[in-house]
Write a protein that binds this ligand. Structure first.
Ligand code: PAF
Length: 306
């Protein structure tokens, strides 16, 4: 069995009474049957339901997904589950920041109606074996460095869609490949849910918001800014008329190298909405990158040539 499955989610996720938040906070549910009934009943009553899947450690990016869901739906559900199957054996599953109390407080202020925070045992009970393989889409870019990652993502996202059969589900564009994988999975498996992709939210200095930013030392954080800077540089080059991906990539790499201590894992140019590489910018193109800064792995992307 995957060693990550043996590690429990924080005890607080299991002991809280679903109805003890009072009338101002979100209702906290931990059982699959409870969330399913809440969503099904809401939809039977004619309400639209928006689902925001997260792994907790919430930041402004997550809250902006909630805000969009609130403007488009009558009832909002945020899921908080650090999904063990999307982490590799040497990745940060154990260290991943967990603070359910803080997340609940933020979601309360953000106007979330229901939080679903199941345990590992509830999502992957003993004897669990099934997974969703998204094929080639899960093997390129992130998949080259995190081989089982998108199998884990597709599996848990499908499970969440089954447990909380919402009208719409909200994902951040920051995880560009994830949005492609989820859309494909939903289309291939005929899941009746509308996938909404919302803009990346950045710190004022350009760093893309991520729960993993807390791992960065002050020095690493300064170096990490070279990633968003390189994307902005690419955008500027494209706006000035540069179309040659090799030229743009070289200048981006130069910008990142100048910061020192940043190891690029990939720097990909793909036709927007796909993972298909391009050599020239002849239409909307997403530049996606991954890099390690110290011990922290970061991803970012930008749409250019719109
Ligand atoms: O983007 C994330 O936080 C996770 O990959 C998701 C979609 C919640 C699945 O665990």
């Amino acid at each position: 069995m995957d060693e990550n499955l043996l590690m429990s989610q924080p005890a607080v996720a299991t002991r809280r009474d679903p109805f003890d938040r009072g009338k101002f906070g979100p209702q906290l549910l931990t059982e699959g049957e409870a969330i399913r009934q809440a969503v099904v009943r809401a939809r039977q009553a004619g309400k639209s339901v928006g689902l925001v899947p997260t792994m907790g450690a919430l930041h402004e990016g997550h809250l902006s997904l909630l805000e969009t869901a609130r403007t488009e739906c009558d009832l909002t559900v945020v899921t908080i589950f650090v999904n063990p199957t999307q982490f590799g054996p040497h990745e940060d599953f154990r260290q991943y920041p967990r603070d359910l109390e803080r997340d609940l407080a933020q979601l309360g202020r953000g106007g979330c109606d229901i939080v679903f925070a199941p345990t590992n045992e509830a999502m992957y009970p003993a004897g669990y074996t099934t997974s969703v393989d998204v094929g080639q889409l899960g093997q390129v870019l992130e998949g080259e460095f995190r081989p089982a990652h998108f199998r884990g993502v597709a599996t848990i996202v499908l499970k969440l869609f089954q447990l909380a059969p919402a009208d719409r589900a909200y994902f951040g564009r920051k995880d560009y490949q994830q949005t492609i994988v989820v859309r494909q999975m939903v289309a291939d498996l005929n899941v009746p849910i509308d996938i909404r992709v919302c803009p990346t939210i950045r710190e004022s200095d350009g760093l893309a918001m991520s729960s993993r930013n807390v791992y960065l030392s002050a020095d690493d954080r300064r170096r990490a800014l070279s990633l968003s800077r390189s994307l902005r540089l690419a955008e500027q080059l494209v706006n000035e008329g540069q179309r040659d991906v090799a030229v743009i990539r070289a200048q981006m790499q130069h910008e990142i190298d100048a910061a020192g201590g940043v190891q690029v894992q990939y720097l990909a140019f793909v036709a927007d909405g796909t993972l298909t590489p391009v050599e020239r910018i002849d239409g909307p193109t997403t530049i996606a990158l991954a890099a390690t800064v110290g011990k922290t792995r970061l991803i970012d992307n930008l749409l250019v040539g719109k």
